[in-house]
Design a protein around this ligand. Structure first.
Ligand SMILES: [Zn+2]
Length: 250
């Protein structure tokens, strides 16, 4: 391999046409973070990369890193697994596109987060197999905030008061990403009201890794409140709402 050649596992998170025959493919790579690479001949039926670089596929890629520009050159792509959109319904496909959007919009080139990559790969696998995408997506959003160092502490207020199940009057100060008890609530700040019950459900989703028993699964209303909270935090970082949110039905 040439000296500037790099190899990594990657997820295809974006595709754009570049010329009559070529595409620019954006990957989230396990070892290098976000990489945008020119895939020459990718639009030809029998191009060098065949169908390895379709959106949401996981592949092993080799690319030439060009430090002078943002665009690298893709030299090899071998398919590891294909995301099967038809395995479930269209909502699972939208959810997978949302995962790709979060990786694309919240990552930087050449800034690797291997745990985030692993979480994304696992999320895509779960979206193929689980009947309900909601808990899978809530967990991925929490993992994403955690990787960015922006996941709030959902267990206590800054004053030290711990959340309890029957508590009322909690709120999340979105701009600061901090949880406030009823005593510390900032009237003038943009906050979201939360109950102890919702916060306990959120903690359960955050800390449990296996699928929840039926009697542990939060109600649809609770899942919706948690989704609103997490997307408010993500939108605050992005300074806009992620596009795919319009298609995710919670
Ligand atoms: Zn407090």
């Amino acid at each position: 391999m040439p000296a500037d050649s790099r190899k990594s596992e990657a997820i295809v998170i974006r595709q754009t046409d570049f010329s009559e025959s070529s595409r620019v493919v954006t990957f989230y790579t396990r070892d290098f973070g976000k990489v945008s690479a020119l895939a020459k001949g990718a639009k030809r039926l029998k191009g060098a990369f065949e169908a390895a670089i379709d959106l949401l596929n996981q592949c092993q890629i080799v690319f030439l890193h060009k430090s002078s520009t943002n665009l690298d050159i893709l030299t090899e792509a071998k398919l590891l697994s294909r995301f099967r959109a038809t395995a479930r319904d269209v909502h699972h496909y939208y959810a997978a596109l949302y995962v790709a959007e979060l990786l694309e919009s919240l990552s930087e080139p050449m800034d690797p987060h291997p745990h985030w990559y692993d979480a994304a790969a696992e999320t895509l696998r779960l979206l193929e197999t689980t009947a309900d995408f909601r808990i899978t997506i809530l967990r991925f959003q929490m993992r994403t905030l955690d990787e960015l160092g922006l996941l709030p502490d959902f267990t206590q207020c800054q004053c030290g008061r711990l959340v309890e199940d029957n508590d009322q009057g909690w709120s999340m100060w979105i701009q600061q990403g901090v949880l406030l008890c009823s005593e510390c609530r900032q009237i003038e700040a943009s906050t979201r009201p939360l109950t102890g019950r919702v916060l306990m459900a959120l903690r359960l989703l955050q800390t449990s890794t296996v699928s929840l028993a039926e009697d542990q699964t939060p109600s649809s209303e609770t899942l919706r409140i948690i989704q609103h909270l997490l997307t408010a935090l993500i939108s605050q970082i992005l300074d806009r709402r992620p596009r795919m949110l319009a298609y995710l039905k919670f």
